[in-house]
Write a protein that binds this ligand. Structure first.
Ligand code: ASP
Length: 239
């Protein structure tokens, strides 16, 4: 929830086959913003639609629309209150301080034809400034996919992920320097983002199916599954 107590959602989708991408930002009525992001990619020449324009587009596409209250849960209300109190106590001028916790959902996949894709969806950061947009709908920051390298989805303090162009930077290190996905993710998350003071992580998969789940936080809810259906689920960083 933002500082006004409203839910405003960001999502993006990218296909590594043709570098097509779609995203929505600051939407308030689309039940599944990731479907809207996919529709922007599939059905328009645009990449990013925002706020009312994106909501209107989703309605025209026949997507499921809901009232903003649909997204407002007791848990998120309590989190917003807690964050507002903490900001007051710390007398912070900036409401986007690191006390907010992350809640982004990301997915990366490699199909049997060698196509990579990435999807990322979020309500952003609790108590965020009204109108604030994070890294999630910014292609190259919170999301990137390229069949020549990898698919990446990010979670964390979005401003740092935008400034470091995290997802694309990982791909670029692989493409231009020949690094492995694990090496590239480690450099970007644990050196570049951490150095600026940002926290968070990424999930990624390369064109050979190697995965990376890198974070500079204590934990990140994450899981991976192969084509046989073997599932691995993890929370903490040292597991
Ligand atoms: N990256 C998201 C943002 O800054 C927050 C999150 O990962 O939960 O909007």
């Amino acid at each position: 929830l933002d500082e006004k107590g409203e839910a405003s959602l960001d999502a993006s989708f990218m296909s590594g086959k043709n570098l097509n991408a779609g995203a929505v930002a600051g939407v308030k009525k689309i039940k599944n913003p990731i479907i809207a992001a996919y529709s922007v990619m599939k059905n328009t020449p645009q990449v990013l639609l925002i706020s009312e324009g994106a909501d209107k587009f989703a309605k025209e596409q026949g997507l499921h629309m809901v009232d903003n209250s649909y997204f407002i849960t007791q848990r998120r209300k309590a989190q917003l209150l807690k964050n507002k109190n903490l900001v007051q106590q710390k007398n912070k001028k900036d409401s986007s301080s690191s006390i907010s916790k992350f809640g982004t959902v990301g997915c990366v996949a490699l199909d049997k034809n060698g196509n990579l894709s990435a999807g990322t969806s979020t309500g952003g950061r609790s108590n965020k400034k009204w109108g604030r947009v994070g890294d999630v709908p910014i292609i190259g920051a919170g999301n990137y996919a390229n069949n020549n390298t990898c698919a990446i989805s990010a979670t964390g303090w979005g401003e740092f992920f935008i400034r470091n162009v995290v997802a694309h930077d990982i791909s670029a290190l692989m493409e231009y320097k020949g690094l492995k996905i694990s090496e590239a993710s480690k450099i970007v998350i644990n050196e570049k983002v951490a150095k600026l003071g940002g926290d968070g992580g990424v999930i990624g998969i390369d064109r050979n199916g190697n995965i990376a789940m890198e974070m500079n936080t204590n934990g990140m809810y994450r899981a991976h599954m192969n084509s046989k259906g073997d599932i691995v689920v993890k929370i903490y960083s040292d597991e």
